[in-house]
Design a protein around this ligand. Structure first.
Ligand code: SF4
Ligand code: SF4
Length: 502
């Protein structure tokens, strides 16, 4: 059949720079480059390039660059080249288009419309180099009222189980299978070093990572992959995954190519066959059912661990979150529609869900209105690109944030969105041994630690500039935010004033 699909990218090779060393050929699992001794040059199969940029980084002479394929569309805003190419692909295969990572479409990024405040003259700023700044956060349920011992002023109320984060940033769920063991190990080591937590996702906890159990959040998802008593007992926190920002309303999907013997053992599923977790939990059809699962998990672990519930940010997210709080969740995780994934149907990823900024603000406001905000902790996820996004999320009501894509970018990910193929040239979203070996967990962990240290310094500087010396004082403090380029409805949902407004 005639193929109507064009390459997406073009590999440009500077012939004067290229020394024909073959590094690019050896670097590329997609077999884009080939040293052709007969032609006396290196040739490229553009069709296979996914723009992971491994070859660009590895080329010793900087001879390579990747550009978009120069084909133009017909000028229509409606029938764009990309829309027509998707149709051509589906006409050829009859298949649902799969993609990876977060929603790349041109929806508003509200973080970029929220400016941060700084003190001037009154309420002077605080110098984080000279004065203590508190970045510790506790996640878990909270008692309705605190009883204090009158004599020594110590708290005597029984405290529900909580986890302590030294920084308000955790690494979100990425399962063994969707990412390599080396990538997961790097995140676990970084979490230990930073005094925070990684999340093993719905793929079970690999035996090698059990030693990081006190830094692990383990997921109980609809497929129940890898879940047994030992798994629950090893973890610091348990997270029931109802939904994921990148694919609200559907289950997880791990392509069979990524399920090798190790993944199969850890997930307790057959090797080489697609692992599709069901869209709903088959025992949850109401808030009462959710409550049963929350309390079953608490009971099973003798009320020693907080239980979180994670949902995707969807239209009625605030009402759902209110139900979750009443169902006994200690931590509510809301994942916005720009959150990443190892594999998702492209149409779902690009069209379903709502931005985390609006979802977070409306959940926080609803829980406050109902007087139950203080019962639970709130974690925001779905594209935290910098320390400034973290500060904005906390000011909109989050206790802490989950970050995944930024951590993977620190490991080398170039957001090529080809994770589902299992051929990640950076050794991250792959189980191929020749590729996973490329990621040294120690070096990778150090890069993630550096990133979070840098963000933490910046968070302290931003808070100091605001005259705030603790994350607790920033949480839900919308006075520290002002909107630009937003309409009245958006400002109302976000609960912020316009820039310049008193
Ligand atoms: S890695 Fe760079 S120098 Fe080596 S063959 Fe490829 S393009 Fe040429
Ligand atoms: S993890 Fe690998 S395959 Fe996935 S987007 Fe990043 S570089 Fe591409």
């Amino acid at each position: 059949m005639l193929d109507y699909v064009y390459p997406r990218y073009k590999v440009l090779r500077d012939a004067d720079q290229c020394i024909k060393c073959g590094v690019c050929e050896r670097s590329c699992a997609n077999e884009v480059h080939r040293v052709d001794n007969d032609l006396g040059r290196v040739v490229a199969d553009h069709m296979k390039c996914v723009n992971c940029q491994r070859c660009v980084v590895m080329c010793p002479t900087r001879a390579l660059s990747i550009v978009e394929w120069p084909q133009v569309g017909n000028g229509s805003n409606n029938w764009t080249l990309s829309a027509m190419q998707d149709i051509a692909r589906q006409a050829q295969t009859g298949a649902v288009l799969l993609s990876s990572m977060g929603n790349p479409q041109h929806y508003p990024i509200y973080w970029d419309h929220l400016l941060l405040n700084a003190s001037q003259v009154t309420n002077p700023s605080i110098d984080p180099l000279r004065e203590p700044m508190e970045t510790r956060v506790f996640l878990g349920g909270r008692p309705g009222a605190l009883k204090v011992n009158e004599r020594d002023r110590t708290v005597v109320s029984p405290m529900p189980p909580r986890i302590k984060l030294d920084v308000p940033i955790m690494f979100s769920a990425m399962s063994f299978g969707s990412i390599s063991l080396n990538a997961q190990k790097a995140l676990a080591m970084a979490a230990q070093e930073l005094g925070t937590y990684f999340n093993c996702g719905e793929g079970g906890l690999h035996a090698d990572l059990e030693r990081f159990g006190d830094r692990a959040v383990v997921q109980v998802a609809s497929g129940r992959f890898g879940v047994d008593m030992h798994y629950l007992e090893t973890a610091a926190m348990i997270e029931i995954k109802i939904g994921q920002g990148a694919k609200p309303g559907i289950g997880g999907h791990l392509p069979g190519e990524k399920i090798n013997a190790e993944v199969s053992r850890t997930r307790m599923i057959p090797q080489g066959t697609d692992a599709i977790s069901p869209a709903p939990h088959h025992d949850i059809y109401s808030i009462e059912d959710l409550r049963q699962l929350v309390f079953s998990l608490k009971e099973a672990t003798r009320y020693t661990k907080p239980v979180a519930v994670k949902i995707a940010a969807v239209h009625n997210v605030a009402a759902i979150a209110s139900g979750m709080a009443r169902a006994g969740a200690d931590v509510i995780v809301v994942d916005g529609f720009r959150g990443g994934t190892g594999a998702a149907p492209k149409r779902i990823r690009d069209n379903v869900g709502i931005p985390i900024e609006l979802a977070l603000a409306s959940v926080d406001a609803r829980l406050r209105d109902e007087g139950i905000r203080s019962r639970v902790s709130l974690v925001a996820a779905g594209s935290m690109r910098s320390s400034a996004d973290v500060v904005r999320a906390i000011a909109l009501g989050a206790d802490a944030v989950y970050c995944a894509s930024a951590a993977l970018i620190a490991l080398g990910c170039h957001q090529c969105q080809d994770c589902a193929s299992g051929r990640c040239n950076w050794g991250i979203a792959t189980q191929r041994e020749d590729l996973t070996r490329r990621l040294n967990p120690e070096i990778a962990a150090e890069r993630v630690v550096n990133l979070v240290h840098a963000w933490t310094h910046e968070i302290k500087e931003i808070m100091g500039g605001m005259g705030i010396n603790a994350i607790d004082s920033l949480r839900g403090n919308r006075l520290m935010l002002r909107g630009v380029g937003l309409n009245e409805k958006e400002l109302e949902i976000l609960g912020v004033k316009y820039a310049g407004e008193q």
